[in-house]
Design a protein around this ligand. Structure first.
Ligand code: NAG
Ligand code: NAG
Ligand code: NAG
Ligand code: NAG
Length: 273
């Protein structure tokens, strides 16, 4: 009788899956093992899929779409993103205006900003609002005007250096443009105790400007635009070169953590079987 039950359950196990076939254990333990194995495989699949999503996503910002997609009518400097964008067309038109309703930000807080300089701030706005490939650098943030931000996006050196060079003759009163302004008029004004100085006095190097101006949204790198290791604020219409860069950073990051988690999984499985 006992033998019969044993052989019977053995047959069930054989049918359920090969994992338990050669094991002299009872059905309950074996079932647990199957469940555990399935859970681990599921975890692995979810990890891979969520990385896939991070490659093509929109941050939870003030004006961002929920999902990236084609936008036929992106305005002027923002038009390279038209095949796949996180911005609406109206956002990109507004991005080209002074004191736009986007953030009521006043570029001219220390006299009129020159057009050579301003084009970089417009491009920076396009990049921030439209880019669908910032996933690896998106962080949750506790802020009144957005739920997520970007942190340490590796910027190509040309984009940072031309930005700084083209703004050399402009003026500002603050290093971090995210906080500390006097908003009493509705637009940002220089707060009391600050004075307008040349950009180069506030930001002695391209690195200091790119990193400090938006509280480390960007990270200065010495990578050039052809390296595939840095994000391009400026690129020609056509394929967005930043997708491959985001992919690289996602894979590279998982290459560091994946062997660790795989080893852990293998150890757990070995201990259980
Ligand atoms: C911009 O356009 C989108 C969709 O086309 C719309 O949902 C949004 O309300 C518009 N924003 C403003 C400020 O007009
Ligand atoms: C965000 O800030 C609010 C108010 O300062 C606080 O109550 C809340 O716990 C914070 N949330 C997180 C996730 O830090
Ligand atoms: C803010 O600006 C208003 C209007 O210019 C001024 O009256 C006020 O003193 C300023 N406050 C600070 C803290 O700078
Ligand atoms: C990518 O991986 C290589 C080697 O595994 C490492 O040296 C490099 O710092 C990594 N780069 C980034 C950006 O994480």
């Amino acid at each position: 009788m006992n033998k019969l039950i044993h052989e019977g359950s053995h047959a069930v196990l054989k049918a359920k899956g090969s994992i338990c076939v050669n094991l002299e254990t009872n059905w309950e333990i074996c079932e647990k093992r199957i469940m555990l194995t399935l859970t681990m495989l599921l975890t692995l699949v979810v990890t891979v899929l969520s990385q896939e999503n991070r490659l093509n996503m929109c941050m939870d910002g003030t004006h961002h779409k929920t999902q990236p997609g084609p936008e036929g009518k992106l305005f002027q400097q923002c038009s390279p993103w038209k095949d796949n964008a996180c911005c609406h067309a109206n956002t990109t038109e507004e991005a080209h205006k002074d004191n736009s309703y986007l953030y009521n930000f006043n570029w001219n807080h220390c006299g009129i900003m020159t057009n050579t300089c301003k084009q970089h701030f417009i491009q920076d706005t396009c990049f921030y609002e439209c880019s669908p490939h910032l996933g690896p650098w998106i962080q949750k943030v506790n802020s009144s005007w957005r739920n997520e931000r970007i942190l340490d996006v590796p910027l190509c050196r040309e984009d940072c250096e031309t930005w700084w060079n083209d703004c050399k003759n402009d003026f500002t009163c603050k290093e971090n443009w995210h906080t500390g302004w006097n908003w009493s008029t509705g637009n940002n004004q220089c707060p009391k105790g600050t004075e307008c100085k040349k950009f180069t006095d506030i930001f002695p190097t391209p690195q200091s400007m790119c990193e400090k101006i938006w509280s480390n949204s960007y990270k200065y790198t010495t990578y050039t635009k052809d390296s595939g290791r840095c994000m391009q604020m400026w690129f020609q219409a056509g394929e967005n070169p930043n997708k491959k860069v985001a992919e690289y950073y996602l894979n590279n990051r998982s290459a560091v953590t994946a062997p660790g988690s795989l080893l852990l999984m293998a150890t757990v499985l070995l201990l259980l079987f």
